[in-house]
Design a protein around this ligand. Structure first.
Ligand code: PLP
Length: 363
């Protein structure tokens, strides 16, 4: 049987052994953290221990961690629950290459343009902020291209105008240093934890109202029994340090080889995460590339993983001004466990595909 090589770690990455063990152990514990009996107290101790661990990872005190069902919920909570002075929610300014979790968080998002490398247009942000304070949602790094935003500049502009900053760190956490922000969204399944759990880091608990109220859990910020096994797995995953520099070296070597065969690397000129590459093959639909590579045993994606399983032209690449090329790129994303042999095999398969289908090969 043909071996299967997984190069879609930005979609989700395997649950680490430590996270799996912590999750299974927590499943064996019977008790609601809100109960006062012994079982409840044990569950609460596990929950608060995990909160301490995630807080250390995020560089904050434990009371600033609100556990959620993942990155999407963390973003929805901040987007809808953030408050400046007064009871109404602030305007929400977002970059055009944000994840759909941000773009769809509200009906009234104000879209800001990005440049050809996918970095937010700082002049447009400044102009939008001059119209009044706002919540600005910006991704630390993009999930399709790995492009890192000019975070220090964005944070400074938001501060100057007295606004709030929501940092979507779902792809970036653990892979790069993050700036201070009012809210930071994290997701466990992108960093070796289980799916369906994440956190919103909240700098000032007074600046957030609950969207899901219920029983007042998470210090009133998120009602409902917390996903204790998932949270235990999340904490175990963030306790593991990874060395990302060899991953960047492998990614760059791969890009160099593919460029010689006609590939275009989107966002190449901007600083990027170590593990994500957006690889265009002119004239070949992304869906065709993904299917051909899948037949050869390689799991990659066409832009973001979409719930419908359909491949649409990437809104990220379209916002970067790529036109038809927005539908002709695949995302390859590596993990620290990706080997040179896997990269070699992928490069050979991609180059063979390009020679058969690409404009260069057809010429
Ligand atoms: N933000 C970014 C940049 C992402 O890549 C994702 C997931 O792909 C999310 C948010 C949503 O996170 P989750 O899958 O935990 O809801």
């Amino acid at each position: 049987m043909k071996s299967r090589i997984y190069l879609d770690h930005a979609a989700t990455t395997p649950v680490s052994d430590a996270a799996r063990a912590a999750l299974v152990e927590a499943l064996g514990l019977t008790g609601n953290p809100s109960s006062v009996h012994g079982g409840g107290r044990a569950a609460n101790a596990l929950l608060e221990g995990a909160r301490d661990t995630v807080a250390r990872f995020a560089g904050v005190a434990p009371e600033h961690v609100v556990f959620t069902s993942g990155g999407t919920e963390a973003i929805a909570l901040a987007s809808n629950g953030a408050r400046l002075a007064g009871p109404t929610r602030p305007r929400l300014l977002v970059g055009a290459t944000e994840h759909s979790a941000v773009l769809q968080a509200r009906d009234d998002v104000v879209l800001l343009p990005v440049d050809g490398d996918g970095q937010i247009d700082l002049a447009a942000l400044r102009a939008a902020l001059s119209e009044g304070t706002a919540l600005v949602a910006v991704q630390a790094a993009n999930n399709e291209t790995g492009v890192i935003q000019p975070l220090a500049e964005v944070a400074a502009l938001v501060r100057e105008t007295g606004g709030l900053l929501l940092l979507d760190a779902v792809q970036a956490a653990g892979k790069m240093a993050l700036p201070d922000a009012d809210f930071v969204a994290l997701s466990a399944h992108k960093l070796g934890g289980p799916p369906g759990v994440g956190a919103l880091i909240v700098r000032d608990p007074e600046s957030l109202i609950a969207i899901q109220r219920g029983g007042g859990q998470e210090r009133g910020h998120r009602g409902g029994m917390p996903n204790l096994p998932g949270i235990a797995g999340f904490a175990a995953a963030v306790s593991e340090a990874h060395d990302w520099s060899p991953v960047a070296t492998r990614r760059i070597a791969l890009e160099t080889r593919l460029k010689a065969g006609g590939a275009i690397i989107h966002g190449e000129a901007a600083p990027r995460l170590p593990n994500i590459s957006s690889i265009g093959l002119p004239g070949v639909a992304a869906s065709t590339q993904v299917m051909m590579l899948d037949l050869e045993g390689f799991m990659v994606s066409a832009g973001a993983a979409c719930s419908s399983g359909k491949v649409k032209a990437s809104h990220v690449l379209a916002a970067m001004g790529l036109g038809a090329a927005a539908g002709e790129a695949i995302r390859v994303s590596l993990s620290p466990a990706t080997t040179d042999a896997e990269i070699d095999a992928f490069a050979a398969a991609w180059l063979a595909m390009a020679a058969r289908l690409g404009r260069k090969g057809a010429a």
